[in-house]
Write a protein that binds this ligand. Structure first.
Ligand code: AHR
Length: 658
């Protein structure tokens, strides 16, 4: 049963019939004024931040299982092992066709005679391959027959190199022509660290490129698609927007390695792979095998946004590389191509079929526009050099698309000189949305639940674009999401919600981490090759997002918002579409607390409210692969007397009452 507002007469009757139920207000009462909405909650309020960090894309949501499928890594055979019993049986050479296919120039040439059948190449996957018993796997390869006669034996191997699925492929293409060959087969067993093995029978010479293996159970069963369990976790959050592709990856270590969306659309074998900037970032977490194949590119990001009902929010390079790395900046008189990329992206997303980029979108399978409404210019860029470049973008984009919203950087930190300078400058520019980032200790989040209470009510809006409470320091293996971080973020988020007139968007960061291939901690969702789970903080995000309502209403204790009095934090919204009243309460203390919640102005009320609670008496409680729902929301009911709820907040809890 939900708290609904219906007809006023019923409240009157309830009050007359049950006067004893109407308590006088005391110091402990939380008054929720249903009929005094203070702000609209934007549909975009709670979203997600996606970046290819921690093997988030390649080795993550992009379901390709073969690592270095096109031999384009700096070490062209990285991820591959060549095996042969006899030296003279044949060879595997990596060749380079140069300008013939500049984006994907390398390939493997297999030469083999009839002296044996032991020559094989094995791919280790992204820290192994997750293989599921009974599932169909789709193998494909670009082949060029130099001397026909080789048959490919394609095998899935388990953790101990036992064959758990196989098929054969005899390339049928013409001599000297690249042909795509594809074949599917089922796995006979499950393996968490499987491999793909190809051995060659017969005598001949064949060139191989784009050696690929996808599971058939991708998101929406799209061939070459995304890992369904990971996307489902996102879809379950019902995010208002998805920010992509980052993060620092937008900036690149240098300008050459910045993210360039145009290089990520079109045939996958023509998408030019580059090193992932997280490959070398942290010496304690080296990831030499981390590259961006762009198999997941901008078209796929837009499609993903559409699939999960989220507004797309691309972030583009502003003409500056990461200022923690090279800090390379393009001279102002050479900024045009960067600005053009932004203008063309809007055309790619929204242009009609008579436009160059609208036509490209249609040719990829989406004639209808993606209805892009906003984009970010720069990630964590700062200083006058950022403002100079930003102004050029602003002018170019706003003069062509006056209603298009731009998200701008406020740097890396939520305070300090860098922040103050940028905050002033971008407000002078009348920036639509200012992207604020906070990676801070839980105490900071608790202490900053009031951060936006005194922000200017007019002018630029806030996008809390990256935040996460840190139980230890960033990148530490001990920096884990637990009940302490979840509670701190929930408390802080009540402040975001209460100030929804100022804060229009918010997203936790980073989103995903692979259990063996992570670079950054903490992370919202952890995955292995076969499993995935949401952390405590995931459930906080999900609960806010799936209970966002349409309008904020006051939730006051002694006339003031709850921002830590007795370690309690609260916010409330109504949903004008469903008539629900939704109250969020965080108890950041280790003791049970009882409050009367009085719903002022409600017209009719149910006798029971539904309570969803995320709780653990131990701040160190966390979720894990072996216990993924150790801390997960639980539902209960609370009785409502008249317009009052006697509510008990459990120790270290986040509750939603509706
Ligand atoms: O979320 C991880 C990183 O943190 C992002 O790439 C960057 O914007 C921030 O510094």
């Amino acid at each position: 049963m939900r708290i609904k507002q219906l007809l006023g007469i019923f409240l009157l009757i309830a009050a007359l019939l049950s006067p004893s139920l109407v308590h006088a207000q005391n110091n402990n009462d939380i008054i929720v004024s249903i009929n005094k909405p203070t702000a609209e909650v934007q549909p975009t309020m709670w979203g997600i931040f996606f970046e290819d960090i921690n093997f988030g894309a390649d080795g993550g949501i992009y379901a390709e299982m073969v690592k270095n499928r096109s031999f384009e890594f700096s070490m062209p055979l990285m991820g591959w092992t060549i095996h042969q019993n006899k030296f003279n049986e044949g060879s595997v050479l990596v060749l380079n066709r140069g300008d013939e296919n500049a984006a994907n120039s390398r390939f493997a040439r297999i030469t083999k005679n009839n002296t044996g059948d032991s020559l094989s190449i094995t791919n280790e996957g992204f820290r192994g391959m997750g293989i599921k018993k009974g599932l169909r796997y789709d193998f494909s390869v670009l082949c060029r027959q130099q001397k026909p006669g080789l048959k490919l034996h394609i095998e899935l191997l388990n953790n101990t190199n036992k064959v758990i699925g196989s098929t054969t492929l005899s390339p049928s293409g013409q001599d000297n022509e690249w042909e795509k060959e594809a074949i599917s087969f089922n796995a006979t067993d499950t393996a968490s660290k499987g491999k793909l093995n190809i051995w060659f029978e017969g005598s001949g010479i064949v060139d191989l490129d784009m050696i690929s293996l996808f599971p058939s159970d991708t998101w929406k069963n799209r061939p070459g698609g995304m890992r369904a369990d990971m996307i489902q976790l996102l879809a379950d959050m019902k995010p208002g927007f998805i920010r992509f592709p980052g993060g620092c990856i937008v900036e690149g270590r240098d300008l050459a390695s910045r993210y360039q969306w145009k290089k990520t659309v079109g045939p996958v074998d023509e998408r030019h792979l580059i090193i992932n900037r997280w490959n070398t970032e942290f010496s304690n977490r080296p990831a030499p095998d981390y590259f961006q194949t762009f198999g997941l590119g901008f078209y796929e990001y837009f499609q993903l946004a559409e699939d999960i009902g989220a507004e797309p929010l691309p972030i583009l390079n502003c003409g500056m590389a990461c200022q923690f790395n090279t800090a390379e900046a393009v001279p102002l008189n050479e900024l045009d191509p960067y600005v053009q990329d932004a203008l063309d992206l809007i055309e790619f997303a929204n242009g009609d079929l008579n436009t160059i980029w609208g036509k490209v979108r249609a040719s990829l399978g989406h004639p209808a526009p993606f209805n892009l409404k906003m984009m970010g210019i720069g990630n964590e860029n700062w200083g006058p050099q950022y403002i100079e470049r930003l102004k050029i973008f602003y002018k170019a984009i706003k003069s062509k698309y006056p209603n298009f919203k731009l998200v701008v950087s406020s740097g890396t930190d939520p305070n300090g000189d860098r922040f103050d300078y940028l905050n002033d400058e971008v407000r002078k520019l009348h920036a639509d949305l200012i992207d604020e980032h906070y990676y801070r200790r839980p105490e900071w989040f608790l202490a900053n639940a009031e951060r936006y209470d005194n922000y200017p009510r007019n002018g630029s809006k806030i996008f809390a674009g990256e935040y996460a409470a840190q139980s230890d320091h960033t990148v530490s293996i001990n920096n884990k999401n637990n009940m302490a971080t979840a509670i701190a973020e929930a408390a802080f988020m009540t402040g975001l919600e209460r100030n929804a007139d100022v804060v229009n968007m918010a997203s936790y960061a980073p989103l995903f981490a692979h259990d063996e291939a992570w670079q950054w901690t903490p992370d919202l969702i952890w995955v292995s090759n076969l499993k995935s789970f949401g952390t405590t903080d995931y459930y906080v995000q999900k609960l806010f997002s799936t209970n966002k309502g349409t309008n904020v209403v006051p939730a006051l204790l002694n006339g003031k918002p709850l921002t830590g009095q007795d370690s309690l934090y609260a916010s409330a919204v109504i949903d004008k579409k469903t008539n629900d009243v939704i109250i969020k309460i965080v108890n950041a203390s280790g003791k049970k607390q009882t409050n009367i919640i009085k719903l002022d102005g409600i017209k009719k009320i149910a006798s029971q409210g539904l309570v969803t609670t995320l709780q653990s008496g131990d701040l160190n409680s966390e979720n894990s692969f072996s216990n993924p729902k150790n801390v997960a929301p639980k539902e209960s009911t609370v009785s409502i007397k008249g317009n009052k709820i006697i509510f008990i907040s459990l120790p270290y809890s986040f509750s939603i009452i509706m």
